[in-house]
Design a protein around this ligand. Structure first.
Ligand code: IPD
Ligand code: CA
Ligand code: CA
Ligand code: CA
Length: 282
């Protein structure tokens, strides 16, 4: 089947901009906050409303398209599965905790996958009026201006974006803390932004050199990963293997050399954890 990617892109760009108004109006208002998997995993009436509008408006235009959307998945407790059909992968508000606190790093992240390949990525922060976009093979843009990743190749000259949310989960905490400690010891600095999609876009525009987290969902990273690649960066599995947005692991860097250094650093951090655990059991 022939797909008009340009038409899909232009149509959903307009729908996303419209839905962004809900976030802009809501960020300073009272939110009804529910907790899902833990204190770090919040959802509000605004998340649900943005998702409903996006799905309804896109379905009107493209009735045969499918959806993988965060809040619908959470409510139905389904494991997201990608098919070859045109599928919109939607995070209605990425950075919900930021949104709840009125913290301006919050966005809509939406990607289109065709034949299991992401071909459109849109990340829109309506508070800061930042519209990050990419169509596969045609570059990455911020507000229609081309963006490129940083060409820094050494961790000691880099700014690294990490996450802390999963450190609330005991089974993940030690690994997150060890890898964070390893980055802190070498990098210019680490930043925890609270929005995976925006952190990936900041790598794409070259103001951060790397982004890493294990534990995310496809809707957190689908759009941002394409935007990084189209900006000239590399996106890998955090073990150094091929990136799969359904695998929950991601490492995005401006350069391949920096990615290789970070993969080695993470392997050493994890190995030290195993050694410590073995020693602790003696
Ligand atoms: C969260 C953000 C955050 C990450 C969390 C995600 P949400 O997405 O991407 O940066 O650390 O793990 O759940 O819940 O705000 O859409
Ligand atoms: Ca969430
Ligand atoms: Ca998210
Ligand atoms: Ca979300």
């Amino acid at each position: 089947m022939k797909h008009d990617i340009e038409q899909y892109y232009e149509t959903v760009l307009g729908i996303t901009r419209e839905a962004g108004k809900i976030i802009k109006e809501g960020i300073a208002r009272t939110k009804n906050v529910d907790t899902k998997l833990g204190s770090w995993d919040l959802v509000t009436q605004y998340d649900r409303r943005v998702e409903k509008v996006l799905v309804a408006e896109i379905s009107k235009k493209f009735p045969s398209h499918k959806f993988i959307a965060e809040e619908t998945n959470s409510e139905q407790k389904t494991t997201p599965e990608l098919t070859s059909a045109p599928t919109w992968v939607i995070d209605p508000i990425d950075g919900t905790t930021n949104f709840v606190h009125g913290f301006h790093l919050t966005c809509i992240s939406i990607a289109l996958s065709i034949e299991k390949e992401v071909v459109i990525g849109i990340v829109y922060n309506p508070i800061l009026e930042q519209m990050f976009t990419a169509i596969k093979g045609r570059g990455a843009y911020l507000n229609n201006k081309r963006i490129y990743t940083s060409k820094v190749e050494e961790l000691c000259q880099s700014m690294v974006c990490l996450e802390s949310s999963f450190a609330c989960i005991p089974s993940l905490r030690d690994s997150i803390m060890k890898r964070t400690e390893a980055c802190i010891k070498v990098a210019h600095g680490i930043r925890v932004l609270g929005s995976a999609a925006l952190a990936l876009c900041y790598v794409a525009m070259g103001v951060a050199e790397a982004y890493h987290i294990d534990g995310l969902q496809c809707w957190d990273v689908a759009a941002g990963a394409l935007i990084v690649r189209e900006a000239g960066g590399v996106v890998l599995d955090s073990t150094g293997g091929i990136f799969d947005m359904m695998s929950h692991r991601i490492l995005a860097c401006g350069t391949k050399t920096l990615a290789e250094e970070l993969v080695m650093l993470f392997k050493k951090a994890d190995a030290s954890l195993i050694t410590n655990n073995n020693i602790n059991h003696i």
